[in-house]
Design a protein around this ligand. Structure first.
Ligand code: DGL
Length: 276
C-alpha cells in the first residue's frame, strides 16, 4: 500500500481526459493535476523546449511527493518521455504505448489514423510504434494545430462553426484512407469526439490516448500493490496560467465546478515558444 498521490500533467486542460478516467477507476486515490497553461500549446514548440517544460512539470509533481506520474500529454510523451524516464525517481507513464496497443486490438481493416499536435506528428512515435507492433498496418497521421487551443478556450461544441471548419480541414485524409480506428493522440481531442465521429461516419473507433494511459497506470498500480487504502481520494488542480479561465473550461469539460480545488502557481518558464 502507498498513500502518496498520483501526479498527472499536461500543457493545459487536455490531461483532464486522463485524470478523470483515473479518478473514476480509482476513486480512493489522491490525484495531483498540473496544467502548465502558461506554456500551452506545447504542440507548437521545439523538442528542446518541450523537454525543458516537461522537466519543470515533473519537478513540481515530485515536490508534491507523488508515487507515480502520468504524462497526460501526447506532445510531452513523444518529445520528452525518454528523458523523464531516465531522471524520474518514481514510475512514469506516457500516453503513446497504451493507445497504440488499444488501436492495434481495435482495428479490423488494419488502417489506423493518428490525430495529434504538430510536435507529436513531427516526433513520429505513434507511427513508429504502430508499425513495430503491427508492421502490416497502414497508418495515416495528421497534425491538427488548431484543435488543442480551441478546446482549451472552451470551443468544442459540435454545433460551433469554428469546430466544424477545423474538422473539415484536418480529417479528409483519414476519410480517404478508409481508417476504421483513430488514435486521438492529443489529450485535448476527446472533447471533439462527437464531431469527429459524425464526420468520419459510423463504425470508426476513436481511442482516447489519455484514457488508455489511465487504464494502464491503474492496472500497474494494482499489480504492484501500491494503491492507497482508499479512504480519502480526490483531485487537486494546479495551473501556471489564468485560474479563472482554467476553472471555466474545466467546468465545461467535467460538468462541475473545480474552483475550490484549484490553485494557481507561478509560471515555471516564460520563454517564447518556437517551432522547428
Ligand atoms: N494535450 C497536449 C497533447 O496531448 C497538447 C496540447 C498542446 O499543444 O499543448 O499533445
Amino acid at each position: 500500500m502507498d498513500k502518496r498521490p498520483i501526479g498527472v500533467f499536461d500543457s493545459g486542460l487536455g490531461g483532464l481526459t486522463a485524470a478523470s478516467e483515473l479518478a473514476e477507476l480509482l476513486p480512493g486515490e489522491k490525484i495531483v493535476y498540473l496544467g502548465d497553461s502558461n506554456n500551452m500549446p506545447y504542440g507548437e514548440k521545439s523538442r528542446e523546449e518541450i523537454i525543458r517544460m516537461s522537466r519543470a512539470d515533473l519537478a513540481f509533481l515530485l515536490s508534491m511527493d507523488v508515487k507515480a506520474v502520468l504524462v497526460a500529454c501526447g506532445t510531452a510523451t513523444s518529445n520528452a518521455l525518454d528523458v523523464l524516464e531516465q531522471e524520474s525517481p518514481v514510475p512514469i507513464y506516457g500516453v503513446v504505448e497504451p493507445a497504440v496497443r488499444e488501436a492495434v486490438s481495435a482495428t479490423e481493416n488494419e488502417r489506423v489514423g493518428v490525430l495529434a499536435t504538430r510536435a507529436t506528428i513531427r516526433a513520429g512515435n505513434f507511427e513508429r510504434l504502430l508499425h513495430a507492433v503491427a508492421p502490416q498496418l497502414s497508418v495515416t497521421s495528421q497534425a491538427c494545430p488548431k484543435f488543442a487551443t480551441m478546446v482549451e478556450d472552451g470551443i468544442f461544441e459540435k454545433t460551433d462553426p469554428r469546430v466544424a471548419h477545423a474538422v473539415a480541414e484536418y480529417l479528409p485524409p483519414l476519410r480517404e484512407a478508409g481508417v476504421d480506428t483513430i488514435i486521438l493522440g492529443c489529450t485535448h481531442y476527446p472533447l471533439l469526439a462527437d464531431i469527429i465521429s459524425e464526420y468520419m461516419g459510423g463504425g470508426v473507433r476513436l481511442i482516447s490516448s489519455g484514457a488508455a494511459a489511465a487504464r494502464r497506470l491503474c492496472a500497474d498500480l494494482r499489480d504492484a500493490d501500491t494503491l492507497s487504502d482508499g479512504a480519502c481520494g480526490g483531485t487537486r488542480y494546479f495551473t501556471t496560467g489564468d485560474g479563472g479561465a482554467f476553472a471555466r473550461t474545466a467546468a465545461l469539460m467535467l460538468r462541475r465546478d473545480i474552483s475550490r480545488q484549484l490553485h494557481c502557481i507561478e509560471p515555471f518558464d516564460k520563454g517564447p515558444g518556437r517551432m522547428v
